[in-house]
Ligand binder design. Structure first.
Ligand code: C5P
Length: 230
């Protein structure tokens, strides 16, 4: 979490559907750096809680799971992500909108956020880290070398999530999805601990009218200007 040459850190924060995941993955691949998908960790905590039969409001139970759950992030032979929770394959299970809602509920609890801090910081390993989330530049890696805050209009974000879910075979109506995203954004922005907001030193990129390649290019230019890469 420091401005060291050994492990440079780029943080990419923003609301749901702003393209953080896609951009972070593309950037990490391009640079050969590690990737932290912090949202997946919150999704795993919510899933672990429901698998263990915890009450929805059991804060300390969820915090204990956040500390001890076995989470692994790997790239499969086809190049796709493979996520396991205590050795169970959960790659697609954690991507549902329901899992996102569960994640946003447990993410509002300070004890859960605290329990995930060390786990997230452990991802910072040479040659570098791209960290994707809501509080990467504000709380988890405040000394990151480059901080990006990615936005897009609510309509564009809902359309992107809709397409993503549809491609995965999930049939959610666009109006319902727009409502759920608005609800999740509001909860993420108004919670007391680590609310979703741009760090004062973040570079804001509005991706509404930009392709993935154009956003990655912009981030590469910003990093090059800071001499993070050639
Ligand atoms: O990014 P993703 O949609 O997977 O995140 C799911 C939820 O996890 C978010 O809506 C947010 O509530 C929570 N989250 C968070 N802090 C992060 C990443 C995700 O609170 N760094």
């Amino acid at each position: 979490m420091s401005k060291t040459a050994a492990c440079p850190i780029v943080t990419i924060d923003g609301p749901s559907g702003s393209g953080k995941g896609t951009i972070s993955r593309a950037l990490a691949r391009k640079l050969g750096w590690h990737l932290l998908d912090s949202g997946a960790l919150y999704r795993l905590v919510a899933l672990a809680g429901s698998t263990a039969g915890l009450a929805r409001d059991d804060v300390s139970g969820h915090a204990a799971l956040a500390r001890r759950m076995g989470a692994s992030f790997k790239v499969g032979p086809d190049g796709g992500e493979r996520i396991t929770l205590d050795a169970q394959e959960v790659t697609s299970a954690i991507r549902s909108e329901e899992a996102g809602q569960g994640a946003s509920r447990v993410a509002a609890w300070p004890a859960v956020r605290e329990a995930l801090l060390a786990r997230q910081r452990a991802f910072a390993e040479p040659p570098g880290l791209v960290a994707d989330g809501r509080d990467m530049g504000t709380v988890v890696f405040p000394a990151a070398d480059l901080k990006i805050f990615l936005t897009a209009t609510p309509r564009e974000r809902a359309l992107r999530r809709h397409k993503q879910l549809k491609d995965k075979g999930s049939d959610v109506s666009l109006p319902a999805l727009s409502r759920e995203i608005a609800e999740r954004d509001l909860r993420d922005q108004t919670r007391e601990v680590a609310p979703l907001k741009a760090a004062p030193d973040a570079c804001v990129i509005d991706s509404t009218a930009l392709s993935v390649e154009a956003v990655v290019q912009r981030v590469l230019e910003l990093g090059a200007a800071r001499r993070l890469w050639p």
